[in-house]
Design a protein around this ligand. Sequence first.
Ligand code: ADP
Ligand code: MG
Length: 580
Amino acid sequence: MTRLWNDPADFADEMIDGFVAANGRYVRRVTGGVVRSTVSPAGQVAVVVGGGSGHYPAFGGLVGPGLAHGAAMGNLFASPSTQQVYAVAKASDNGGGVFFSYGNYAGDVLNFDAAQERLRAEGIACETVTVTDDIFSASTVEKHKRRGIAGDLTVFRVAAAAAEAGADLAEVTRLARLANERTRSFGVAFTGCTLPGAAQPLFSVPEGRMAVGLGIHGEPGIDETDIPTADGLAELLVDKLLQELPDGVDNPEGARVVPILNGLGSLKYEEMFVVYRRIAQLLEAAGIELVDPHVGEYCTSFDMAGTSLTLFWLTDELAALWETPVDTPAYRRGAVAPQERAMDAAPGTPAEADAVPAADDDSRRLAVRVAAAVETIAATVDAHVDELGRIDAIAGDGDHGIGMQRGSHAARDAARTARDAGAGAQTVLARAADAWSDRAGGTSGALWGVILQALAARLGDTGSPDATAIAAGVSAASAGVMAYGKAEPGDKTLVDALVPFASTLSAQVDAGASLIDAWIVAADAATRAADATADLLPRMGRARSHGQNSVGTPDPGAISLALIVTAVGEQLAAEKETVR
Ligand code: ADP
Ligand code: MG
C-alpha cells in the first residue's frame, strides 16, 4: 500500500526530482532520467541502464563511479520512451560509444532499440545486452525470452567495471554477455504491489499463500504454495537454482558464486537474513565458495512483499571485474577515489525544438491538413478512452485508453506548434510522432511513434505526395511496427488491424481508386479485422501471460487503430466535400 503522493500522475517525476535533490553528489537530472554528476574519462564506454520507475534502487540509484553512467527512468512500471533513452544516452556519451543494458521486457526493448538506431544514425556506436536472469519466465530452450530481475546488478556491474578498466565497446559487450549467461535468479511473492493512487493492488496473492516464479510486475508465476518456513524457502530457492547450472558450469563443487538475496519492497531485512543463513549453509554444503554475498534491496517492485535469489557464477575474469569499487546513491563497494564534479550543465532540451526545416507552400498546405488529422485522432481517442481502458483491463493492465490519450494529446499539441511555425507536412507529422511516443509510455506509444514516423517520411517538406506514396507510407508503417514489435498477424495485437489496412489501401490505390475511396475501404477492412481479434489468443505483449481471459474480447490496440483510421477517413471525405 502506497500512502504518500500528490497527484499520482506526477509521482514518478516528483520522485526523480527528490532523488536528485538528495543525491547531487552522484547524479544530475537530464531529459529522460539522470546521469553522473562526476566527470568520466574521455573515450570511456558509457554504460546506460534504465526501465520503468518503481524498482528503486534500479535504475537511478545505480548511477555513479564503477556503475552506470546514466539511467533512463520511465513512468511507474512503464518503459522510458525512445526520446528519454536517447537523451540520457547522449548526455552520458564520453566519445567511446554507448553500452545499453536493461531487463528484457517488450516495451523497454522497443524503446531502447529505437534510441540505439537513432544514435547509430548519428555515428555514435551502440551495443546492447538485455538481462534475462529469471529462470521461471521461460524454458532453457527460450532463454532469450526470459525477463530480467535482480540479475540486472551483476550484468551492469561487470559492464561498468570493464568500461572503467578501459575496455572498448566490443569487449564491454562480450563481458556483459558472459555475466548475463552466468546469472540466474528465481523469486517468490507474498503480496502484490499498489501503485500510488490506485484503489487495488496491481495483482494479489491469497493470504497465507506464496506465488512461485511471479514476475516483478505481477506477471504470473508457475505455481502457488502455502508460505513455507524461512528454511523451507531457502531450500526451494537453492534447489531450483542448482537444477539449472549455467553453460560452462558442470558441477557446483568448487565453483565461486556471488549470492544475491533481493528484497522486492516490503520484506524485512531481518526476515531475509534468517533465510540467507540457510541459503549460505546449503550452498556451502554443495561445495560452492561464496564470494561477496549480498542481502538487501537491489531491484524492488514497489511495495511488493517477496524475495528472489540470484546466483552469479564467476570466472577468473568476472571475479577480477567484481573487485572494482563502486560508489552510487544506493550501492557502494570498496573505496572509490575522489571524483571531479562535472560543470553543472542545464538539463538537456531537444535542440531542434523551435526551428523547423524549410518547406514549400504545397507542403505547408498539406501540413495544415495533417495537423487537423492529428486533432481528429486525439478527439477519437477522447471519445473512446474509457472503453479502451476497459478492454485492456481484461487481459492487459488497463492503461491503453489513458496511454493513447496522453500520446495523442501530446502529438496534437506538437503538430499545432510545428504547423504554426510554418513547418511542412513531414516535419509536422514527425514532431507529432516523437511527442506521441515520448508522452504515451507503454508499448502502443512506441508503436504509434513508429507508425507516424514512417508515414511522415513519405510526406516530405516540399511538394505533395500522391496516393501511391501515401499507401507506400502506410505499408512502411506496417512493416516498421512488425520489425520493432516482432508481432505477426494472428498474435492479437494492433498488427492484426494494421496489416489489412495497409494491404487493402495499396491494392485499392493500385487498382486506380482515389486516396479517399481507397482509405475508406481499407478502414473498413481494419475494423473487421480488429473485431475478429476477439477470437484470437494473445501471443505478444503483456496480454500474453493472461491469454485465456481475453478470448471473446478484441485486442485494444487493434480496436483503437481501427477507430483512428476510420475517423481520419471520415475527415478526408469531409474535406473533399468542402473543397467541392
Ligand atoms: P502496454 O501493453 O505497455 O500496457 P498499451 O496498453 O498502451 O501498452 O497497449 C497495448 C496494445 O499494444 C495491445 O493491445 C497490442 O495491440 C499492442 N501491442 C503490444 N505488444 C505489441 C507488439 N509486440 N507488437 C504490436 N503491438 C503490440
Ligand atoms: Mg496496457
